[in-house]
Ligand binder design. Structure first.
Ligand SMILES: NC(=O)c1ccc[n+]([C@@H]2O[C@H](COP(=O)([O-])OP(=O)(O)OC[C@H]3O[C@@H](n4cnc5c(N)ncnc54)[C@H](OP(=O)(O)O)[C@@H]3O)[C@@H](O)[C@H]2O)c1
Length: 325
């Protein structure tokens, strides 16, 4: 089968598609023929060996996929061949086939295309877990989403609206603000200008944002925290800007605000019941079509490099997806 193969940590331009052995089934596992895989910011760091954990070489990147069950091990009951599934893994998504534990797979709700299924898990699970379980976002509160047109950002815009918040989408370009507004944001904010905190103040009637969803980091996070409402919650999602900010403790004191970390990788282990509730809610929304996950751009398998480049050049709108097979 064909798979993107990282044999040395390198720039994405030097990473090839290679012919490798199709993965063999073992007990408890399901082999899936992949139809689409999504590429996130973390995947871009992993291929270069720049992520906080290094995947042992060689590896195939891609942590989210949608496909069709090819075959299940004899001890697996729920996944007959031909069943459409979606899944989230540490790596291996950018390949024609993958073998995964049955417990990591979910049957795709009816009517969900592979590109949509592949774009769904990491970003929407992060957004709903962050906003509901961590941020306790309440109906009628104001949510400020930083990097609102990126993968996790646009998910937070949509989920924030579904939870009944007023959503302010902060981005670097007009095109990105339009994109966020088209997906439900109530207002856009250009956070590259000097006076953006004044504009935020105006948009929130002088109160600041009740919840800040922050996948960007850097100096922007420090400025945003200064504009948090009393009893506000600042959700630490990631550091796409490349810089981890250092907040002085007097600011949470003065603002009556809280800084809350969110780590998707730990939810299943630390809060399995919460994770299951969040997934159940997302699947209900998906089935009802209340939530239609945003597919940013779809690339052919041979063009997978471009999906990665879109993110590293800060030009991506939503999640980048690679169509396989
Ligand atoms: N905590 C978790 O569980 C979790 C889960 C998923 C992802 N994440 C993290 O969330 C972050 C964003 O991931 P993503 O997949 O949404 O990425 P993405 O689609 O590339 O979006 C990131 C956004 O950050 C902004 N940005 C600001 N400075 C940037 C820079 N120097 N380079 C690139 N983007 C920059 C961009 O918006 P503007 O151009 O509008 O500024 C961009 O749209 C990453 O750090 C990722 O690791 C965390």
């Amino acid at each position: 089968m064909k798979a993107v193969l990282v044999e040395n940590y390198d720039n994405i331009g030097n990473i090839p598609i290679k012919e490798v052995a199709r993965p063999e089934l073992s007990a408890g596992m399901v082999r899936v023929r992949i139809q689409a895989a999504a590429v996130g910011f973390v995947d871009g760091l992993k291929v270069q060996g720049l992520y906080q954990t290094k995947d042992p070489l060689p590896f195939t990147p891609g942590s989210e996929f949608a496909g069709i069950v090819d075959e299940a091990a004899a001890d697996v009951k729920d996944f007959a061949p031909g069943t459409p599934v979606i899944g989230m893994v540490i790596n291996g998504g950018l390949a024609e086939y993958i073998c995964v534990p049955a417990g990591d797979l979910f049957v795709t709700p009816k009517g969900i295309e592979p590109e949509v299924g592949a774009s769904f898990f990491a970003n929407y699970l992060t957004a709903l877990y962050a906003l509901s379980a961590r941020g306790k976002l309440q109906r009628g509160e104001t949510l400020l989403v930083l990097g609102a047109a990126g993968g996790v950002g646009i998910a937070a815009v949509q989920v924030g609206k579904l939870l009944g918040a007023r959503v302010i989408a902060a981005t670097s370009t007009e095109e990105k603000r339009k994109f966020a507004i088209n997906h439900g944001a109530d207002a856009g904010l250009d956070y590259t200008g000097e006076g953006w905190r004044d504009e935020l103040k105006e948009l929130t009637g002088g109160q600041g944002a009740d919840v800040i969803y922050d996948p960007v980091g850097g100096d922007l996070s420090l400025q945003a925290f200064r504009s948090i409402a009393w009893n506000g919650r600042h959700l630490v999602i990631g550091f796409a800007s490349g810089t981890i900010p250092a907040l002085r403790f007097n600011l949470p004191l003065l603002k009556g605000g809280a800084l809350l970390g969110v780590d998707l990788a730990q939810i299943g282990r630390r809060e399995p019941e919460v994770r299951d509730q969040v997934i159940a809610q997302l699947f209900t929304w998906l089935s009802e079509k209340t939530l239609v996950p945003v597919v940013g751009k779809v690339f052919a398998f041979e063009e997978f490099h471009e999906a990665f480049k879109a993110m590293t050049t800060r030009s991506a709108l939503g999640k980048m997806v690679v169509r396989i097979g």
